[in-house]
Design a protein around this ligand. Structure first.
Ligand code: UDP
Length: 249
């Protein structure tokens, strides 16, 4: 049984001073790795995540190939130094699960039918972890896939909504994740509003769940703006390189 600590103060603010429906600060950069086909770097509160995308390229080994569409393979990895306690290197159950659900979320928006027998490989490296890394990884991965020029119907913006001290909270921090009553990571395709990732740990009533989904939807719109802004900045710089080296404002 987890120890009980107070997560909302008498003014209704959280341990890091946020309001219940407030996101941590998010910063996204697209195209940060020269050797990848697409890439993104994201800071989300104290989380730091780097994503590299390769492909579409021939899926290897061949038995993995789908003659009708590309497969999406994700490798989520926490760096050994990403947490207060050393993270054991190599795959584990949690990393395998997060890789799987991230690939499934991205398959909803990547136009895989265009690339039979191909693989789109997504490497998510968590450099610093502070709760919400699956959402941070998926959000950054969507930008990196777009940066690779892979056709998509939409991006994916993800954020967790949870519950602590009986109150719904957007974008759980580490203490809220550890000591709260529920954690529900949500991935949304912002243009269509389709839910492409939904997980749940803990308990919520039906009404709380409805409200949590609405909070997730609102957050996804804000995150989507940051994603498109990162992609716009990336292409503005490219045009400048072709021109006279001055960044286009
Ligand atoms: N965490 C850690 N070491 C691990 C797994 C998790 O330090 O091996 C921390 C990390 O800060 C992570 C948090 O626990 O962000 C919550 O993990 P969870 O499995 O809920 O996934 P996340 O919230 O990162 O998507």
């Amino acid at each position: 049984m987890a120890e009980k600590i107070k997560l909302i103060n008498d003014d209704g603010l959280r341990t890091d001073g946020r309001k219940p429906d407030e996101l941590r600060p998010i910063r996204i950069e697209a195209g940060v790795l020269a050797n990848a086909d697409g890439s993104a770097y994201l800071e989300w509160g104290a989380n730091k995540v780097l994503v590299a995308v390769y492909g579409p390229r021939e899926a290897q080994p061949k038995y993995l190939q789908d003659p009708m569409k590309a497969i999406v393979q994700v490798n989520y990895n926490m760096a050994a130094f990403s947490s207060e306690e050393r993270v054991r290197p190599g795959p584990n159950r949690r990393a395998t699960e997060i890789s799987k659900i991230t690939a499934e979320a991205l398959e909803n928006v990547i136009i895989t039918n265009n690339f039979p027998r191909a693989s789109i490989d997504v490497f998510i490296e968590v450099l610093e972890a502070d709760a919400g890394t699956r959402c941070a990884g998926l959000t950054a991965a969507a930008v990196a896939v777009a940066d690779a020029g892979i056709p998509m119907t939409d991006l994916v913006a993800a954020c967790a909504v949870g519950k602590a001290d009986g109150q719904l909270l957007l974008d759980l921090g580490k203490k809220e994740d550890n000591f709260g009553e529920a954690d529900m990571p949500i991935g949304i395709a912002p243009r269509t509003g389709d839910i492409v990732l939904l997980q749940m740990d803990g308990d919520m009533t039906q009404e709380e769940m409805r409200k949590a989904l609405r909070m997730g939807m609102d957050a996804s719109r804000k995150i989507h703006e940051l994603q498109t802004d990162a992609l716009r900045r990336r292409y503005a710089v490219n045009f400048a390189d072709m021109d006279d080296g001055e960044a286009v404002q």
